[in-house]
Ligand binder design. Structure first.
Ligand code: K7E
Ligand code: CUA
Length: 653
């Protein structure tokens, strides 16, 4: 076995450093002004619409940002795992339960891999799934409302990174652990990692009509790091592939100690076989605490439920379900081509890509030709499953995407480029620099049976000189390539919010017609809704004051309230009576500590205010909603705690 020395690691590090510095003053011609025909390709005239929606993960923002392609215009940030003061997500009483976990209320996360639901391997545009990497969670976003509809926590996981990828009929959204941990969690010496820590791969079922998620089973694997994953499709539907690194099971100085083995593994998991096993009563139900948070469009409220057990499966008990394919150089991405014939492993310390053949894999399994085993799981012979190697000449391959025309595009972090190669012949056709240090790339539908191979977006880690400096921190940069011809053409740069690891894009023609415009007031089932203005009122319950409030252009009902006292807890339950598209109203109350609200037409939201000082305190609408927006305001009179002023309010008669 070839050993990586500290020296090699240092060399790789300095290559990165040098390439970054070299590019900093880059006057490379491809880094220059756009040719005029390129300008036309990205120009979306005022009032015109983009051809694609792109959903980019927000990385450490914990959210998802929505962009148009080719314009690169940002349309919306969708709050998912993080509190979002812009609209009150995670602050309003209705949405706080969305961020509950077994660790308590967790208002931030690190989101990496969005994936759009599929039917028959094609994007159906119903839901977007995304992983919370830090406090392991999977979220489902409803693509009618562009709101987070559901979050399920993933127990026995840590660093939920090989997630959240969808099988081709959205049977499962799959979430794998990057960090192996003691299962169940317990107090034990870290040095006893090897052989004792485990990696859980979770198969989360998606209810076909509603999208509701539930953990069907967790596969308890050896204690490697499960980095990325992809579903089989077409002929390989029924299988799921996971890259591993740190098969050394080192627990310290991983940059050296996890680079000892010349080959780590891609784990091939036959989930259909395991599904059959658990449906016949296989597996072990174990205690586990994890939350399941669901938002309802009817009540405009979320509920959080603590689940108490999860079904685990020991893969050695299901012969024929899990195999390891040796893959060189600490692979990061694993990607499956649109026909499902090939599985591409991107060894990040390598120049070459390793491509496995699904047919050969099946033949090797049928022939029981193994190269030993790891923890009782068979290892296939590298040569038996190898379809070919792409001699790329690049350095540091991370991720591969497909255009549906027989081509693949691999990003190289260290050499900062996208390399286009031909599936089947493995020849390199084209390469273009990225600016700089690309992570993932994305082609709309590039992770399905039917990619829309017109554009490729590279998502880059280092921005440096691409935009005007904004102090020490620059937003990451995305680059748009026209891939409709033989050669890729860089046509546009745009900044992205947070750190978009991966993205998913879909033709606007699939999503836009289904986009919801309002919530129907008549269908509002919020228990504190004020559906008729005449029902607006203020109710005292001990030291709690509940304000049933309605809002419409351009007033609040009630707008003046007296009888509130210091020490009260005031709940503003506010219903927006508008039934027109794009007429939200906002609400903020002086001294309020939990962000304002932005309330959509037909929706009810609740904000809590705890008055600390006597006086007469204003509230107002924060969204410029009409010519009389500035008139949309009101007052609360706050009296001393011991006062006996009765509650009263004005209905604007
Ligand atoms: Cu390569 Cu989280 Cu997919 Cu970042 S990961 S790049
Ligand atoms: Cu309502 Cu401004």
């Amino acid at each position: 076995m070839k050993k990586y020395s500290l020296y090699l690691v240092a060399v790789l590090g300095s290559v990165l450093f040098l390439s970054g510095c070299g590019n900093q003053n880059g006057n490379d011609s491809s880094n220059g002004a756009l040719a005029s025909n390129n300008a036309e390709k990205v120009y979306v005239a005022p009032g015109e619409h983009d051809e694609f929606y792109a959903f980019m993960s927000g990385g450490y923002s914990g959210n998802v940002a929505v962009y148009g392609l080719p314009s690169g215009r940002m349309f919306k940030e969708i709050p998912v795992f993080s509190q979002f003061p812009t609209n009150g997500y995670g602050y309003s009483e209705e949405t706080k339960p969305m961020l509950e976990t077994s660790f308590g209320f967790v208002p931030a996360d690190d989101s990496h891999h969005p994936d759009i639901s599929q039917t028959n391997g094609e994007l159906d545009g119903r839901w977007l799934f995304i992983n919370g990497n830090n406090t392991p969670r999977i979220a489902r976003i409803d693509l009618k409302t562009f709101e987070t509809a559901e979050i399920i926590e993933v127990p026995n996981s840590a660093g939920n990174h090989s997630s959240s990828y969808i099988t081709e009929n959205s049977e499962y959204v799959v979430a794998g652990t990057r960090f192996s941990v003691p299962i169940p969690q317990r107090d034990m010496p870290i040095k006893d990692y090897k052989g004792n820590f485990k990696g859980a791969l979770s198969f989360i079922s998606v209810e076909p009509e509603t999208g509701r998620m539930d953990i069907k089973f967790q596969l308890i694997m050896p204690g490697f790091n499960y980095d990325l994953s992809h579903p089989g499709r077409g002929k390989s539907h029924g299988w799921f592939f996971f890259t591993t690194y740190n098969t050394e099971e080192a627990n310290s100085l991983l940059e050296v100690n996890a680079s000892q083995n010349d080959k780590d593994f891609i784990a091939a998991v036959n989930w259909k076989k395991i599904e059959e096993y658990v449906e016949n009563g296989g597996g072990t139900m174990v205690p586990a605490n994890y939350t399941h948070n669901v938002y309802s469009d009817e009540t405009h409220s979320a509920t959080s439920t603590m689940k108490k057990e999860v079904l685990t499966v020991d893969p050695t008990k299901v012969p024929g379900a899990v195999f390891f394919m040796p893959t060189p150089k600490s692979p990061h991405g694993v990607d499956v081509n649109p026909t499902g014939d090939y599985i591409v492993g991107n060894g990040k310390l390598s120049a070459d890509l390793t491509v496995f053949s699904f047919d050969k894999m099946i033949a090797a399994i049928d022939g029981k030709k193994y190269d030993g085993e790891a923890y009782g799981l068979p290892i296939l012979k590298f040569e038996d499953v190898l379809a070919g190697q792409v001699k790329s000449g690049g350095l540091g391959p991370l991720h591969t995407e497909f255009d549906g025309k027989g081509n693949a595009y691999t990003t190289f972090f260290i050499s900062s480029e996208v390399v286009k190669w031909k599936v089947g012949t493995w020849e390199v056709i084209d390469r273009k620099p990225t600016f700089y240090s690309v992570g993932h790339c994305m082609i709309p539908g590039g992770n399905s049976r039917k990619p829309f191979g017109k554009y490729l977006v590279s998502m880059n880690k280092i921005t440096k000189d691409r935009y005007l400096p904004t102090g020490p921190e620059l937003e990451h940069s995305a680059q748009l390539y026209d891939i409709s011809g033989d050669k890729m053409e860089l046509i546009y740069d745009f900044p992205t919010h947070g750190e978009p690891h991966y993205a998913a894009a879909i033709p606007a023609s699939i999503l836009a017609p289904k986009s919801q415009k309002i919530y129907k007031l008549a269908e509002n089932e919020h228990p504190f809704a004020t559906k008729n203005v005449s029902d607006a009122r203020v109710v005292r319950d001990g030291n709690e004051v509940h304000v049933y409030m309605a809002m419409i252009r351009s007033h609040f009902t009630p707008d003046n309230i007296e009888g509130v006292k210091v020490g009260d807890k005031v709940y503003f339950h506010i219903t927006n009576h508008e039934q027109d598209f794009d007429v939200p109203h906002g609400f903020m109350m002086i001294g309020q500590k939990n962000s304002g609200l932005l309330i959509m037409p037909g929706q009810t939201k609740t904000s809590v205010w705890e008055p600390k000082k006597e006086g007469v305190w204003p509230f107002y609408c924060t969204d410029f909603c009409s010519a009389l927006h500035q008139e949309m305001q009101g007052y609360i009179r706050v009296s001393p705690a011991k006062s006996n002023i009765d509650l009263s309010w004005s209905l604007g008669e």
